[in-house]
Design a protein. Sequence first.
Length: 475
Amino acid sequence: MLDLIIRGGSVVTPWGVGSWDVAIAGEKIVAVAEPCTLRDEAHRILDATGKIVIPGGIEPHAHVASPVPGNPGAITQPPEPVSRAALFGGTTTLTDFAIQHAGLDIPQAIDERTATWRGHSYCDYAHHCMLIGEIPFNVIAQVREAIADGHATFKIFTTNIRPTDRLAAVEQRRLVGMGHLFGVMEQAAKHGGMMFVHAEDDDIVQYMYKKLTLDQRTEWYNIHEVHNNMSEDMAFRRVLRLSEWTGAAVYFVHVSAKEGLNAMREARGRGLPVYGETLHNYVSFNAEDYTRGPQYHTYPSLKFEEDRLALWDGLIHGGISSMATDGSCTDFAMKVAGRTIHDVSGGHHGIETRMGVTYTEGVVKRGMSLPQFVDITSTNAARIMGYYPRKGAIAPGSDADIVLLDPNIKKTLSLSDLHLGDYSIWEGWEVEGWPVTTLLRGKVMVENGQFYGSPTDGRFIPRKIDPLILSRPAC
């Protein structure tokens, strides 16, 4: 006896799109079959007529229950509200960060994350290991063990992001120098890990903070002059050169400029295992939107219209693998408290809007195919980060993480449509197509606007990256 059959929808699978029945037993997909050919009975038939049936979205980059830079003691929203909103938006797996810093090694950072998430998440989850500052040699040596334990990805910063002369004593500098990055890359390459890199040139960033201060142009809407295109270009190319020396696979987080995309395309053209994500706010807004308020800012900054269009080209025609959010959820008062280039806050509430906005802007407006849409919102992240094939596919043996998206929904987004926070930069956005039903490992979590999840439903998912992903640009 099957637990559930999804019938009548247009199903997106690794081998194509078709009107198949999807059979679920327990937590797994057990068959994808021609309509009405399954002989087994099912406890429930879920009618997906008129819907698009896709694998649950995978968020590759979120800051959950994390410190808010510039706000000592403040943290972003915890797993429960974030994971609930994710499921309403069609995302079934979240990836955040176990943060290693001075006085804390990698196992201790992972233990902290485990305590934060276990029993407090509605959806499944995993953690990148974030390494900050001058990484001790004993911590670099722990990379091998972390990979063996299912933590296959390691994030570093090539910039301190904010003005170093204004960093509070309680806020550690983030920049990882090229020497320490070399050490981590060596370990990652040797043991099957991947580097996640926030790449901006810190010398340029810090110089521009000082220059704009001298010019008395410190309003927040000038932040794109600090975190600029040249900075992204210089940092990407330096990191890529180091990846060639070490053989390490690299994933660039939040690609924001055409220069970053071009650097990745060139490296991928040489066969290097280089990947990147952009954010759905980067492909929807540009630096002109800063005049509407600081709530539009995420580090690195929004760039120009030509960059926005180039990022769409990278998603549709190759070069950018994933759509992420860099989600960092605070309330509106905290988000807009910073009014200058020195203290403007990054991050926004994007976890629920990622899938629907990407469908509208990619599929409806730009003709992106449904397999491409699934790739950039789920499958590619699953493959790159080591969730695949357990996650990111509607196929026998995969977890039954499934979303029904209704392409007939046309509406203007309002706060009442969303389930996280007291503001959204997407309020007033016109959408066409929206997730309406979400299953996590076979359990219906969201249906007809109702939520059926428990904070104990979410599980930690250990990850192991396919050697093919680590050897060449495979998606």
